[in-house]
Design a protein around this ligand. Sequence first.
Ligand SMILES: [Zn+2]
Length: 312
Amino acid sequence: MTNIFKRLSVLFAFAIIACQPNAPKEEAAEGETIGNHIVVTTSLLRDMLENILPEGEYKIESLMGSGVDPHIYKPTRKDVQRLREADVVVFNGIHLEGRMGEIKDQLAKKQRVLTAGDAFNKERLINSSEFEDGQDPHFWFDLSMWIDAGAHLSEALKELYPHHSDVIAQNFEQWAVSMKYLHRDVEQILAEVPSERRVIITSHDALSYFARSFTFKVNSLQGSSTSAEFGVKDVKDMVDFIIDNNIPAIFPENITSDQALQAIVKGCEKRGYELKIADELYSDALGEAGTEAATFEGMVRANAHTIAEALK
Ligand SMILES: [Zn+2]
């Protein structure tokens, strides 16, 4: 063998080693069949994929169930095992899964990992100092963004499952239309809330995208992550804000305790202002099975009714 051939064959061997175990596999290799077991992080993603993938053909599991807070969720050893055994793993991304960054990097070396948030450039995301990269991850409440996240994942799934690409494309189109109708319905439900009352106060800012879409303002004690602390000064500032703006109600969420909100209600009471705690909003997780909010569409509709009822 000549020197040049020796060098080339060594280089070639290195290239094979370098490409094999660590390169993320976004497409199915020729003739390769990828298994149908998909693990997603949040219940919202599970709902989306159940709509997009052909019915009965895939096993779609959500790591976090209803009412689970993704910002502080730490996977157990069993969860890590479940992720490792999956054929495809889907994350929300943009640091929603705040304590899963390391495991995500590990998984991406060996498994197919898709990220819904990769659908967006920075300009489309809302800035938030609470997160590592300075962006708010709750984009699902802007339904046009949820559609685009669905389009991004659909494209990746069509590559992975080419034999289902037509069904995935059809299902995506239908789902996207239902999301557009949902946006219109939410606008109608909220139409009875006058502009001066369009302020949503929650314990953490999950609704900034919702506010941008439906012309509301949001305010919260903890910013957009539930892992942030709040202090006496935060409560006092919030009480001032509520009284100055004559706000009738504030909203608890299904993923956080309402301890923060109770402190605000007491602060208002001391100053002779009656503030209501409205019904619970669904923020980062779906509601329990069997309830209206057990689907994404139901959850968004339930939130719209709750907000309209409390603020109209
Ligand atoms: Zn959140």
